[in-house]
Ligand binder design. Structure first.
Ligand code: URA
Length: 212
């Protein structure tokens, strides 16, 4: 597993306001959208393309287009939904599959409560959207779900990550023979006793949608 922390002043600038307790939901949603687009630019560096020959008004030229099958974007419900538009802005022809995962607040383990994904993901590049890589349980379960269906390349885009979650994810995915990359705006200090990222930004779903 590879972890890529995007080091860019605009990313840190947007993240700073996102973190602030006083930032309201509309602003939080707008900033998430912008931040995800910046992260998506980095996360799609290895998106698969095929070479094509085109004609410019001046001459013949060689270019690339997204390869088939098209990438699959998978927001993890609920909070991953707030990242979807920002991602689709860069990959408008990608397909979208949904995965509903819930974390048991006592055991901190994740389970699947809904899914709308193709049965066969053979040869698919998947971009998983999950704002908070906290304990790593949700993301590990989601990645396993996708690789069990045949996905052969996974990139997860997270607003924030915690070192404990990254370690657990790397351990959980040790026997998965699929390249996994985590792209995040920051690697925070730690998790607290409730499994929240510190300093973090609180509950991403609540802050996006204004409901506790
Ligand atoms: N989920 C969140 O929304 N925030 C955290 O800090 C951890 C998990």
């Amino acid at each position: 597993m590879r972890t890529h922390v995007v080091d860019h002043p605009l990313v840190t600038h947007k993240l700073t306001t996102l973190r602030e307790e006083s930032t309201d939901s509309p602003t939080f949603r707008a900033l998430t959208d912008e931040l995800v687009t910046l992260l998506a630019y980095e996360a799609t560096r290895d998106v698969r393309v095929t070479t094509v020959e085109i004609q410019t008004p001046v001459s013949a030229a060689t270019g690339v287009r997204l390869a088939s099958p098209k990438p699959l974007v998978v927001p993890i419900l609920r909070a991953g939904l707030g990242m979807l538009d920002g991602m689709m802005r860069l990959l408008p022809t990608a397909e979208v599959g949904f995965l509903g995962m819930v974390r048991n607040e006592e055991t901190l383990e994740a389970s699947t409560y809904a899914e709308r994904l193709p049965d066969d993901l053979s040869g698919r590049q998947c971009y998983v959207l999950d704002p908070m890589l906290a304990t790593g349980g949700t993301l590990a379960a989601a990645i396993r779900f996708l690789t069990d269906r045949g996905a052969d390349h996974i990139t997860a885009i997270c607003l924030l990550a915690a070192p404990e979650g990254c370690e657990r994810l790397a351990a959980d995915l040790e026997n998965i023979d699929v390249p996994v990359t985590i792209v995040t705006a920051a690697m925070d200090e730690r998790l607290n006793e409730k499994g929240y990222i510190v300093p973090g930004l609180g509950d991403a779903g609540d802050r996006l949608y204004g409901v506790a």
